[in-house]
Design a protein around this ligand. Structure first.
Ligand SMILES: Cc1cc2nc3c(=O)[nH]c(=O)nc-3n(C[C@H](O)[C@H](O)[C@H](O)COP(=O)(O)OP(=O)(O)OC[C@H]3O[C@@H](n4cnc5c(N)ncnc54)[C@H](O)[C@@H]3O)c2cc1C
Length: 456
């Protein structure tokens, strides 16, 4: 029998989905669903884009895709930084953006049941009305979705104290590659009745199933944080101070290197001309201990330090961190790494990445979540320069190798997507590679769920 043309396949899918479903096949529109924010990740035009409204829509589309062996890519907001949501030639993109409802907020049990396309910040705002909070705070929280956050196990600034997304997910509804719908986890705070299949799906980047609903744990809203900013002669001293700061239980602990500070100064002078590095810390309890923290910083050659528990001052002090990435982006095209190392290795990571930048003639700014050892070395090169882009891409992989040599990992929070899976093989044993492949084969025997992503 003659295989169906792409147009015929779209029409078959449309009739499988039934009336009223938004299925887009106009390439002028579908191209805007074909990639995320990772500059050098490959992508291609999808066959079509489904704007799903219900779990049932997702299930029908996945069942159809499985029967016809068509790849499926789940998409939240496309804010990813690893090419995870990038489409491949002829795939079906299932966008969860229209599934953006908070289904229930339970004040007594401190949980929220939400559709996967709801924005992270919207959950927190709704929780705030009850005096509660949804804590995981990726910098993209005003536009990334809970489904995308769960699928990448997103982190953020407050993870140093409150953990990453996985620590706040209680239960999920997932559409498997077969089109079956399953519930994993429980809304209860504790549950050990089954193998922890819930957390197998957290961070699986759309390769095992499509998450359509999520039950999130909320907490009593922490008090507004007090903030400390300290400057140091070098990243080595700032990193050593960061380790010492951990005993204060910071709710945020960030480091910014000199290259990044220079980029910020060139754009918005904030007074960091002589600083070799900045350490920023917040504490949402025991504010009085910030003075003690500053005294301790002095033992690590601190140049200058300030602290305040006034939220207005906090906004000023945090400005340098908010400007870090955009300031580097202003200087040219950027590739952002996301390595994580043991916190004791941050200084060595910074030293070796700086040396790499010198060796390769590249500007590499380094900033990140010092308290988690999760750093974002950002390589800057000239827009449109193909040789420089290749040099930057090689440096991107070398930074991962350096982190792995220091006992770290290729990705702390942004995910593996389509650009780091080969590197992951260097940090896990062949047996673990095979275990992962076995799980993938069991759950997705026809390899339709985001093929070519995440797994080495
Ligand atoms: C300026 C900026 C700042 C950022 N800051 C942070 C940060 O601080 N911390 C951090 O961790 N990340 C950060 N990110 C990266 C990104 O925002 C996160 O990875 C986020 O979790 C992605 O959510 P999304 O809805 O955009 O997902 P997408 O980018 O659409 O998808 C990400 C991955 O999840 C899969 N996926 C999406 N939805 C589902 C679903 N419902 N079911 C199954 N799989 C799904 C996709 O297939 C893809 O593999 C930042 C990005 C930008 C651009």
């Amino acid at each position: 029998m003659k295989p169906a043309t792409p147009d015929e396949t779209v029409e078959q899918l449309r009739s499988a989905l039934g009336e009223g479903v938004a299925l887009i096949s106009d390439p002028d529109i579908t191209i805007s669903y074909s990639r995320d924010h990772a500059l050098f990740a490959q992508s291609a035009l999808p066959l079509c884009v489904l704007l799903a409204r219900t779990t049932q829509d997702v299930a029908l589309a996945v069942r159809f895709a499985n029967e016809h062996r068509i790849p499926v890519v789940a998409r939240g907001a496309g804010s990813g930084l690893s090419g995870g949501a990038n489409s491949m030639d002829g795939c079906i993109v299932i966008s969860l953006e229209k599934m953006n409802q908070i289904i229930a907020l339970d004040e007594v049990n401190q949980v929220a049941r939400v559709q996967a396309g709801v924005l992270n910040l919207d959950v927190d705002k709704a929780a705030q009305e009850l005096g509660l909070a949804y804590l995981p705070d990726p910098a993209s929280r005003s536009w990334s979705t809970i489904g995308g956050n769960v699928a990448t196990n997103a982190g953020g600034m407050c993870c140093v104290k409150y953990g990453v997304t996985s620590h706040h997910v209680r239960a999920i509804t997932v559409v498997l590659a077969s089109g079956e719908i399953v519930e994993l986890g429980k809304a209860t705070k504790k549950s050990v009745s089954t193998l922890d299949l819930l957390h197998l799906f957290v961070g699986s980047e759309g390769t095992l199933g499509i998450i359509t609903e999520v039950t999130l744990g909320l907490v009593v809203r922490p008090k507004p944080a007090a903030t400390m900013l300290a400057t140091f002669p070098s990243s080595t001293e700032a990193a050593a101070a960061a380790i010492a700061m951990m005993k204060f239980r910071p709710s945020m602990l960030e480091i910014i290197d000199q290259t990044t500070l220079k980029a910020v100064e060139a754009w918005h002078p904030l007074g960091f001309e002589v600083a070799g590095a900045v350490l920023l810390m917040q504490m949402d309890e025991n504010h009085h201990q910030l003075e003690r923290a500053l005294e301790l910083c002095a033992e690590f050659s601190m140049i200058d330090g300030v602290s305040s528990d006034d939220p207005a001052d906090a906004a000023d002090l945090l400005r340098v961190r908010q400007l870090a990435f955009p300031a580097l982006e202003r200087m040219g095209a950027t590739i952002l790494d996301d390595v994580a190392v043991p916190i004791s290795q941050i200084a060595e990571l910074v030293r070796r990445v700086e040396q790499l930048g010198i060796n390769r003639g590249l500007t590499i700014g380094i900033f990140g979540h010092a308290g988690d050892g999760n750093m974002h070395p950002t390589i800057v090169y000239e827009h449109g320069d193909i040789t420089a882009a290749a040099n930057a891409e090689a440096a991107f992989h070398e930074i991962i190798a350096i982190a792995q040599e220091l006992g770290g990992t290729a990705s702390g929070e942004h995910g593996i997507g389509s650009i780091k899976s080969a590197a992951v093989a260097n940090e896990i044993s062949p047996t673990v590679v095979e275990m992962q492949r076995g799980i993938k084969k069991l759950l997705d025997p026809n390899n339709i769920m985001n093929p070519g992503k995440k797994l080495p």
